[in-house]
Design a protein around this ligand. Structure first.
Ligand code: SF4
Ligand code: FES
Length: 260
């Protein structure tokens, strides 16, 4: 197969960036999208040019590194698939393919297709953990977890933190990511103690990082390579409202004590 690639090239965070065109003449239909980029990069290096910078690690769809827009779609045209798992047989011989980084204020472009997604790490640091002291490692069956809860928790835990949900959203909202992280802990017994506070803290950090608000367009769900459902955003909203009410009640109780 032969393709024409139009790739976003940007030297660093401050460079304005531009699209550049490269031929990809030796593409096997069995290659992954990243292997195709490797091939193009080898050609660029031989010509003494800078290779296209892109993030990757596992190349198995589990680390969330391979963030890139392919033909205007996060991770490309195949549903439920990361860029590293996308095969070139999904494209047609002679096709023009456009490759760009995530576009979101909270994910600044560092170089070419590489964005800084540290904002996600800071959201996790704000509340995506369980801090109750559980003592030594308990027996696996000591805390029975209902099947429905464990399945829901596992579905949410499938989030790989890739950021495709943000890239797909016209508001660059991180709600699907935050909802997945809040819900994976919020569906397990160990996550109950901090459940409401976790939702408040992680949403506050999301706002602080400059992500936009959710306006229920469901683009995130359609783009998510792990097919995380927007039902988790509903769960996040419920936890957030309960957390807010808990705060209001606490403040009112405090005010009442003072008046008394
Ligand atoms: S919710 Fe889906 S799209 Fe968003 S970060 Fe997690 S895996 Fe990626
Ligand atoms: S490189 Fe790990 S998910 Fe694609």
């Amino acid at each position: 197969m032969k393709l024409t690639l139009h790739v976003w090239r940007q030297k660093d965070r401050h460079d304005a960036g531009r699209m550049e065109t490269y031929p990809a003449d030796h593409v096997s239909p069995d290659m992954s999208f990243l292997e195709m980029l490797d091939e193009v990069n080898e050609g660029l290096i031989k010509q003494g040019k800078d290779p296209i910078a892109f993030d990757h690690d596992c190349r198995e769809g589990i680390c969330g590194s391979c963030a890139m827009m392919i033909n205007g779609m996060p991770h490309g045209p195949e549903r439920g698939t990361t860029a590293c798992q996308l095969h070139m047989r999904k494209f047609n011989d002679g096709e023009h393919v456009y490759v760009e980084p995530w576009r979101a204020r909270a994910f600044p472009v560092m170089r070419d297709l590489v964005t800084d997604r540290g904002a996600f790490d800071r959201i996790i640091q704000a509340g995506g953990f369980v801090s109750v002291n559980t003592g030594g490692a308990p027996d696996g069956n000591a805390i029975p977890v209902p099947k429905e809860s464990q399945e829901r928790a596992m579905d949410a835990a499938a989030c790989i933190g890739c950021g495709a949900c943000v890239a797909a959203c016209k508001n660059a909202s991180a709600m699907l990511f935050v909802a997945a992280k809040v819900s994976h802990l919020g569906n397990l017994p160990q996550g109950q103690a901090e459940r409401r506070d976790r939702a408040l803290a992680m949403v506050a950090q999301q706002d602080k990082e400059g992500f936009g608000h959710c306006t229920n367009q469901y683009e995130c769900e359609a783009a998510c390579p792990k097919e995380i459902g927007v039902k988790f955003i509903a769960q996040l909203n419920r936890d957030y409202i309960k957390g807010t009410l808990k705060l209001v009640n606490k403040r009112e109780a405090g005010a009442g004590d003072g008046a008394g």
